[in-house]
Design a protein. Structure first.
Lengths: 172, 320
């Protein structure tokens, strides 16, 4: 047991967050989401339920979407993390998904948005030309209590078209 | 439009729902009273030695169950052993015409393995029901089994497939049928220092099909009220020569009722056989009453799920 005044167990980890390398000491019990928010100031990653259900804390770990609240920071040692802060270009130009969310009114309070954007980056990478049903299914791991999802679905479909155009594919 | 900065959200203490873990806790954010050592060994031997050195040690695979329990303070491990850095635990290999799947392989990785998916679509569909994409990218079959929730989705599918768990421990390696690993909610037959290293899916007989189905109140992100896995093999005249049926969420651990399998064997899996399967599956169910379904409802749904899973398995065995 940790006695009063005794320091909690820590570990040194290397994380690459949005292309920036960080070497930090973290408590072994600290989640990746807490680490991103508290240690690295990446407060765009939100915490809602903290037990894997709501999706607000979703980030990309080595390109795959993962719950920031269900990973220890030490488990992410050596990994490449992408948070919502890393989606826009270095010059500040929004990611096509962000642009589409803006235009289609796909957020109200915005609490769910970071997790939805990161989830959809992975989804559109795997399925660049999804149907509406596929988009709805892909959104099932992210809860939005404001929008009713209609704007989100439209935005994702629109962003898919923009990304296809940007990547040189012939839009249907 | 309201703007909302989430900077402080989620940091306060709040009740933790136990829906996915059956832990029954309503504890608050686990700041943890116990110092927790974290190790990520690169060999099986080192992992076993670490686990054997600390009776309060825990294996950490994807962490999708463990982290929830850790934060709810329902477990207080003094050591966690991350097994994802051990190559053989993350490997998918062929073995004697079958497949060996490392216990730390994620559901997403298995779902992307075309060869495995084409032979065992029922196992893959069970894994793809676990949580959402973001959970499947982390969650493992080993964790699903060893967490020992009666509602674990991949377990009935693995039992129906005849999968064997290879266990490593201080006394060496042993193989046990998957159905013998979980013994009750949160309990396993693993001994001190032991871990599940991999699963063997033995070579499949020709004209075999498997399927898994579950009933949940919503379509995603919920746990099974009833789950049913069926694997069956046909001969050249479409008569069922081998079958396994396994039921989840209707007893303290996944069941494999003989009578349900026998209802199919020797039949062309026609209406009469399916009705008998349904009856036998319902008769085997010993479910609880809770907010997710009454006992009576679960017993009835067990028969329906078993029948539908068998119909899908049959179509797959016929190559449809
Ligand atoms: C939002 C959400 C939804 C979920 N939905 C479902 C669902 O629909 N169906 C379902 O079945 N589950 C569901 N789960 C539960 C969980 O995701 C699964 O049980 C998952 O398969 C656990 O795997 P893991 O690798 O994350 O396990 P971990 O959390 O790493 O481990 C779970 C337990 O098993 C032990 N363990 C892990 N690997 C081994 C090993 N190789 N040897 C010995 N012990 C080991 C650990 O010590 C721990 O006690 C859900 C969880 C969440 C958070
Ligand atoms: S905060 Fe992680 S899923 Fe809700
Ligand atoms: S915009 Fe408020 S939760 Fe989605």
């Amino acid at each position: 047991m940790t006695g009063v005044g005794e320091l909690p167990e820590t570990r040194s980890v290397t994380l690459s967050v949005n292309g920036e390398r960080h070497e930090i000491d973290v408590e072994t019990r600290m989640t990746l989401a807490d680490c991103l928010r508290r240690k690295l100031g990446k407060t765009g990653t939100h915490l809602g339920c903290e037990h894997g259900v709501c999706g607000a804390c979703t980030v990309l770990v080595d390109g795959r979407s993962a719950r920031g609240c269900l990973m220890l920071a030490v488990q992410a040692n050596g990994a490449e993390i992408t948070t919502v802060e890393g989606l826009a270009s270095r010059g500040g130009e929004w990611h096509p998904l962000q642009q589409a969310f803006h235009e289609h009114h796909a957020l109200q309070c915005g609490f769910c948005t970071a997790g939805i954007l990161t989830s959809m980056v992975e989804f559109l990478g795997e399925n660049p030309d999804p149907t509406e049903d596929e988009v709805r299914e892909a959104l099932s791991g992210n809860i939005c209590r404001c929008t009713g999802y209609q704007g989100i679905v439209r935005a994702v479909l629109d962003a898919a078209g923009r990304l296809r155009a940007r990547n040189g594919a012939i839009a249907p | 439009m309201t703007t909302f900065r989430g900077a402080n959200c989620g940091l306060g203490a709040k009740p933790v729902c136990s829906v996915f873990t059956d832990t029954g806790s309503n504890a608050t954010e686990g700041s943890g009273g116990v110092e927790m050592r974290y190790e990520a060994p690169e060999t099986m031997k080192a992992a076993v030695a670490l686990l054997a050195s600390d009776e309060h040690g825990r294996v950490l695979a994807g962490g999708t169950d463990l982290l929830v329990q850790l934060r709810a303070d329902t477990i207080e491990p003094s050591l966690v052993v991350d097994i994802k850095k051990i190559d053989e635990m993350c490997a998918i290999t062929r073995e004697n015409g079958g497949f060996r799947i490392g216990a730390a392989v994620t559901g997403a990785e298995l779902g992307e393995h075309e060869a495995f998916k084409s032979v065992w679509p029922g196992v893959v569909e069970a894994l793809e029901l676990i949580g959402s994409t973001q959970i499947q990218g982390r969650a493992t079959m080993g964790g699903n089994l060893c967490n020992a929730s009666p509602a674990a989705d991949s377990v009935p599918a693995m039992i129906a497939a005849g999968a064997i768990a290879t266990i490593e421990g201080p006394d060496g390696r042993r193989d046990v049928p998957v159905g013998e690993v979980a013994t009750g909610p949160g309990r396993t037959s693993l001994r001190a220092g032991e871990l599940v290293a991999s699963f063997l899916f033995p070579e499949q007989a020709p004209r075999t099909g498997d399927a898994y189905l579950r009933f949940i109140p919503r379509t995603e992100m919920d746990i099974a009220v009833v789950g049913a896995g069926v694997c069956l093999t046909l001969d050249d005249s479409d008569v069922c020569v081998a079958a396994k049926v396994s039921l989840g969420a209707v007893a303290a651990r996944a069941l494999a009722p003989e009578a349900a399998a026998k209802a199919l064997i020797g039949t062309p899996v026609d209406d009469a056989a399916l009705a008998e399967l349904s009856r036998a599956a319902s008769a085997a169910a010993q479910p609880i009453d809770d907010k997710r379904g009454t006992r009576e409802f679960r017993i009835q749904v067990t028969g329906v799920m078993a029948r539908r899973a068998a119909e899908t398995a049959l179509a797959r065995a016929k190559g449809a």
